[in-house]
Write a protein that binds this ligand. Structure first.
Ligand code: ATP
Length: 277
């Protein structure tokens, strides 16, 4: 089966030699939807930054193998890496405010990558931007194209971010806690949109989250990470029925038992899990 992502024995440590990721290995098949779940500080974002060739220079990495869409980003020139990732990876951020440039109108931000990667003319880029804004259920795309980010609500900005991520028809979408900043109803709408896009375009979708119930609803596979170590990888349904790792069991028992904010639940799990170590 073709793999979109393969990481083999990745170790990352900080300047003091303190390990951040330990022997992380996983692969993600083309077209899958995968959740990476773990509490704050477990190493989810560092894993994704490494994968995208954006590891902070102060951190040290060693690995046996890396494949992102057929290439190891660290073996590419800066230009080749920008081309690979800018063209083929759509990134949806957690923070809807900081991701979009505050002083550049939405239209310019939406069409920039499309034009950079020479996917068509400016008129075609604008047409594509309008189509995508309509797709993400923005009813007045012409006004939004002319707006600055701060003129839009958080939910609207996240819809714009999704449109932005889709402008170059990427093979891979990475959504990093995509709904954290949004209220419950908008969270649901945004997740439904991502699901619909995934089903229609058959892209590979990676959702980083601390929320197991969100992963259960939207991902076929799950990677559970704790303290820089992968605890468990498997089909989501299987893991929900028969979690193997102690940490996953703790994660699920608390989330399934309590009607609780997942963030709060994770704090509890961490406490009980560490006590049992
Ligand atoms: N630039 C850095 N220098 C040193 N340590 C770092 C750096 N970035 C992250 N870390 C450490 O690496 C560990 C993993 O961080 P990471 O951001 O990947 O966690 P996370 O699981 O994504 O958490 P969150 O859900 O809060 O985003 C943490 O202990 C963090 O303090």
């Amino acid at each position: 089966m073709t793999k979109t992502i393969e990481i083999n024995q990745l170790n990352i440590s900080d300047t003091n030699g303190k390990p951040i990721l330990k022997d992380v290995s996983f692969s993600i098949p083309k077209g899958a939807s995968v959740g990476i779940v773990g509490e704050s500080g477990s190493g989810k974002s560092i894993t994704m930054k490494f994968l995208l060739g954006q590891l902070p220079p102060t951190l040290n990495a060693s690995y046996q193998g890396l494949n992102l869409l057929g290439s190891d980003p660290y073996q590419l020139s800066d230009q080749e890496r920008r081309q690979l990732i800018g063209r083929n990876v759509g990134y949806i951020p957690q923070n809807t405010v900081e991701y979009l440039h505050p002083l550049i109108k939405i239209q310019t931000q939406l069409i920039d990558g499309y034009l950079t990667h020479k996917l068509g003319t400016k008129a075609e880029a604008i047409q594509k931007a309008i189509q995508l804004l309509e797709y993400v259920e923005i009813t007045d795309p012409q006004r939004v194209l002319q707006a600055l980010p701060q003129e839009l609500s958080g939910g609207m900005r996240q819809r714009v971010n999704i449109a932005l991520a889709m402008m170059c028809d990427p093979e891979l979408i990475i959504a990093d806690e995509p709904t954290t900043a949004l209220d419950a109803e908008v969270q649901y709408q945004v997740m439904q949109l991502l699901k619909q896009l995934h089903e229609e375009t058959q892209n590979t979708m990676v959702i980083i989250s601390h929320d197991m119930s969100l992963i259960k609803a939207y991902c076929d596979y799950v990677i559970v990470i704790y303290n820089g170590v992968i605890q468990e990888i498997g089909a989501t349904q299987e893991i929900f029925i028969r979690p193997q790792a102690e940490y996953t069991q703790a994660l699920l028992s608390v989330i399934l038992r309590l009607d609780q904010d997942p963030n709060e639940a994770l704090k509890d799990i961490s406490y009980y899990y560490k006590k049992g170590e």
